[in-house]
Design a binder for this molecule. Sequence first.
Ligand code: SF4
Length: 191
Amino acid sequence: MPKPRLLVHVCCAPDALYVFGVLGETYDVAGFFSNSNIQPREEYDLRLEEARKVARTAGVPLLEDDYDPDGWTRLTLKFKDEPEKGRRCDVCYAARLRRTAERTARDGFDAFATVMSLSPWKKAAVMNRIGRQFAARAGVAFLEADFKKKDGFKKSVDLSRAHGLYRQDYCGCLYSRDAVRARARTSRTSP
Ligand code: SF4
C-alpha cells in the first residue's frame, strides 16, 4: 500500500533535515519552502540554498513558493512592535500555513505539516490550531505535531552540526533580527 503524500512546510534546513527523517518513515514526503518573512534577500537566498541541500541529502523533493516580502510586511505591519511569540508571529505562521494548505490541495497531496514546531521559540498549539483551520478551508488534512518533544530540538542541532548546516541567529523577519542585535549590544555594554 502506498504511503500517504505529505507536503511539509520547511522554514529552515536544520529543522527540515530532522523532521524529514521522522516523517519519512510513515509518509511520502515533499518539502515546501514558503517563507516571505525571511529578510533581507541575501538571508532568504542562503536559507533556501541550505534547504535545497538538505532536501537532496534526505532524497525529498523541495517545492519553492514565490518570495513576497512586501506582502508579508503589509500583513504584519500592525504588529511590528510585538515581541517574538506575540501576535505578529501568529499572523506570520498563518501566512505560511495558508500557502501550504493551498499548495497541498492544488498539487493533490493528502495532507500537510510544518517543521516549525521543532523550535523552542515557536508555539506548537497555536500553529496546530491555525493549521487545522486552513486544512478545513482547503479540504485537506493537517498533521498536528510538536517536533520539539522527545528531545527533537537537541537531535536536530546535533544533526545539523554533523552535516555542517548554516544555523541562523535570528528567526527570519527584520524585527527579529533587530531584536537580537539590540540584545547583543546591551549585553556588550552591561557591566
Ligand atoms: S519572529 Fe519569526 S515567527 Fe515571528 S514574525 Fe518574525 S519571522 Fe515570523
